[in-house]
Design a protein around this ligand. Sequence first.
Ligand SMILES: Cc1cc2nc3c(=O)[nH]c(=O)nc-3n(C[C@H](O)[C@H](O)[C@H](O)COP(=O)(O)O)c2cc1C
Length: 424
Amino acid sequence: MTQQILLKNAERGGLDIRAYRKSDGYQALEKVLRQYKPLDVIDEIKRSGLRGRGGAGFPTGKKWEMVATHREAERYLVCNAGEHEPGTYKDRRLLRLNPHQLLEGVAIGTYAVGAKETHIFINGAFTDEIALIRQAVEDARKEGFLGQNILGTGFSCDVQIFLGPDTYVAGEETAMLEAMQGRDAKPKHKPPFYPTVYGLYGKPTVVNNVETLSNVPHILFHGADWFRSIGTKTCPGTMLFSIGGDINRPGVYELPLGIPVRRLIEDYGGGIKNGRRLKVVYPGGPSHAFLTLKDIDVPMDFDSLKAIGSGLGSAGVIVLDETNCMVEQTMEFCNFFREESCGQCPPCKMGTRYLHQLLEKIEAGHGKMEDLQSLQQLSGFVKGRGDCTVITGAAVAVECSLRHFPDEFESHIKEHRCTVKVAS
Ligand SMILES: Cc1cc2nc3c(=O)[nH]c(=O)nc-3n(C[C@H](O)[C@H](O)[C@H](O)COP(=O)(O)O)c2cc1C
């Protein structure tokens, strides 16, 4: 079942340009530049069904088409390597193991949309990955795969590396573009500020995740039909699942989209640690509703998870065993959202703070029954009321825990202590 595309051939310590070229590297770029018109590239990506791996699962070909066909001739392409969500570390893996695969995807994307400038926005805390990608850019320039008049085709593409803030919100695309223009990394309201229309310097901009762009050379090399033969009908390809928490073998696993949660945990994660039982799984990081045992056979893809009220996000899978206290866990996630809130939207600034305060009080054994009602009301009130998903993530975390584990909240209040952790 393991299907290695993005991690294939990636050796320990990373693929340098020689090794990358030996594994057919940069051949897709050459093929595209010699044989394809930009809109043909977009057609192939559309036909492949590739969807963004940065969280929303938006169709990549459609995004490229919106920018490429925009009447504004000045366009940009930005690769998003922010990656600050708890439990997700797959983009770092790709940057480390195969930086040229990303650069090839970036160059093909630049050609397809006719971008004037190409940037990689990378979390400034990723010092090793920054050094690696810089080296890769230099090597690709030397070998003629980046820079002016690439492979004598007249196409030019230079990649600039932008070191971004090490915050969660800076990875949100509009906040990222703000940071790149010297302003605070704070999201802008959509609509109207969709990057495809109003992006870098107010111009149409493609923003794509590292993993999304890393898929591009393979699609152009092997063809859209090959890509469609992997994964599910509406979510083709593989996904890099970062699996962590109470499992025996945490790590990043590249598997076809649609693999059931159970197989991910048991076959790849090595099962729950110490022979314990599963309590919940967060399939898409802290921002999406968790799954319980009854959902254990749901396919891990954008549509199947959405259909049951959750989401895949960027596939940061967090597995918790039966000894975890859901009040404490929810409090920790709300603390993350509180700390990461950029503070510009009052419902988020205040909401994350109050939700965390209430949970802290209940967890410490000082809660009252009416606090449960306050939690419910507050999360219902603030949900969806921000320029990004931070406050919604906090509200969903609270609602989901209250719905599935009301007894844990009540027992903390009645017994003035955590009964879950004591009992295990
Ligand atoms: C709070 C927040 C943080 C985000 N962080 C990242 C990130 O670190 N990397 C990323 O690619 N997308 C992140 N996103 C999603 C981006 O806004 C955007 O949808 C994505 O980069 C688009 O690329 P894709 O279409 O290839 O998925 C984040 C979104 C939100 C709301």
